[in-house]
Design a protein around this ligand. Structure first.
Ligand code: C2E
Ligand code: CA
Ligand code: CA
Ligand code: CA
Length: 277
C-alpha cells in the first residue's frame, strides 16, 4: 500500500513536470484552492523517545483537488512560492492547526503542533505579528506551536529572518531547523538563529541500519547539537532498528513511516487512541 502511494506520487510528478499546460492550469487553480476549502492538513506523530509517548505532530498540507485527486505538497508549494501565495497558504495552515489543537484538547488529547514555514513568510514584515495575534485570539498557549524552517528560508535575507524569529522565540514559540544536513550552512552558523531544535534530514536516517557513514553523521550531529543545547528530532525512521539506535543515543524525538505515515485528523486521532504510544 505504501509502495503504491509512492508510485502514484511519482507518476503524478512526472505527468505535471512534463506538461507545461497542466502546470499553468495548476497555478491558476491554486489561487482559489484555499478559498474553495480544497486544502487539507495531514498530521504525522513525533514520538518522545524517552517518554515513549507522542507529544507532537507535524502538520503537512495536501491539496484535495476536485478532479486530480490528492496533490502532494512538493508539487504545489514551489508554485505557491513563485506566485506569491505562500502567506495566504501559511495563514490557512496555522489557523487550521490551532483549530485542530482546540478540537483535540476538547477530547483530552494534548499535542504540540509543528508547522512548516517558507522563505516567503519570513520576508513578510507582518508575519510574526500575525502569528502572535492569531494565537492570542484563539486562546492557545504559544508554546504549543513549533515553526520548522529550512536554512534556505534564512539565507536570502538573514538579518530580517533573525529579527522575526527572535521576536517569535521571545514570545515563547519553539523554532526548529528542518532538513538539517542537506544545506550548506554549518551548525555553528545556524546556532546564530534563536533555535531550540534540529531536525536531522530523513536522507541520513532512512538507511541508518545499513549505512555506516549515515550512522557516523547522525551520531556526531547528535553530540554536537546536544553540546550546543539543542534537542534533536530524527525524521525518516522506517524500521525498528533505526528507532532503537536513536533511542540508545539520546535523540529526543522520532518521526517516520515506521511509527506512522502522515494521516488526516480523523485517522491520526484513531491512531493516537489505539497505538501503544
Ligand atoms: P518536510 O517538512 O521535510 O516533511 C517531511 C516529509 O517527509 C513529508 O512529506 C513526510 O510525509 C515525509 N516523511 C515522513 N516520514 C518519512 C519516512 O519515514 N520515510 C519517507 N520516505 N518520508 C517520510 P510530505 O508531506 O510530502 O511533504 C513534503 C514537503 O512539503 C515537506 O517536507 C515540506 O517541505 C513541504 N510542506 C508540507 N506541508 C507544508 C506546509 O504547510 N507549508 C510549507 N511551507 N511547506 C510544506
Ligand atoms: Ca518539516
Ligand atoms: Ca524535513
Ligand atoms: Ca524537506
Amino acid at each position: 500500500h505504501a509502495k503504491k502511494n509512492r508510485l502514484d506520487q511519482q507518476i503524478y510528478t512526472q505527468q505535471i513536470d512534463g506538461n507545461t499546460l497542466e502546470r499553468l492550469q495548476l497555478i491558476n487553480e491554486l489561487k482559489s484552492a484555499i478559498d474553495n476549502g480544497e486544502l487539507v492538513l495531514f498530521y504525522q506523530p513525533k514520538l518522545d523517545l524517552k517518554l515513549k509517548k507522542v507529544t507532537h505532530v507535524e502538520a503537512l498540507v495536501r491539496w484535495q483537488h476536485p478532479d486530480r485527486g490528492m496533490i502532494p505538497p512538493d508539487l504545489f508549494i514551489p508554485i505557491a512560492e513563485q506566485m506569491g501565495q505562500m502567506n495566504a497558504l501559511t495563514h490557512w495552515v496555522i489557523n487550521e492547526s490551532l483549530e485542530q489543537y482546540l478540537k483535540w484538547k476538547s477530547q483530552d488529547i494534548e499535542l504540540c503542533i509543528a508547522i512548516n514555514i517558507s522563505a516567503e513568510n519570513l520576508k513578510d514584515e507582518g508575519f510574526c505579528q500575525y502569528v502572535l495575534d492569531l494565537v492570542t485570539h484563539k486562546g492557545v498557549p504559544i508554546d504549543v506551536l513549533t515553526l520548522e524552517i529550512t536554512e534556505d528560508a534564512v539565507v536570502s535575507d538573514p538579518e530580517n529572518a533573525i529579527k522575526q524569529l527572535t521576536v517569535l522565540k521571545k514570545s515563547g514559540l519553539k523554532l526548529s531547523i528542518d532538513d538539517y544536513g542537506t544545506g550548506y550552512s554549518s551548525l555553528a552558523q545556524l546556532k546564530q538563529l534563536p533555535v531550540d531544535e534540529l531536525k536531522i534530514d530523513k536522507s541520513f536516517v532512512q538507511n541508518l541500519m545499513v549505512n555506516q557513514d549515515d550512522r557516523i553523521i547522525v551520531n556526531s550531529t547528535l553530540q554536537l547539537a546536544h553540546n550546543l543545547g539543542l534537542s534533536v528530532v530524527a525524521e525518516g525512521i522506517e524500521d525498528e532498528g533505526a528507532l532503537n539506535w536513536l533511542i540508545e543515543r539520546g535523540c529526543e524525538l522520532g518521526q517516520g513511516f515506521y511509527l506512522s505515515r502522515p494521516l488526516d485528523a480523523d485517522k491520526i486521532t484513531d491512531w493516537l487512541v489505539s497505538s501503544p504510544y
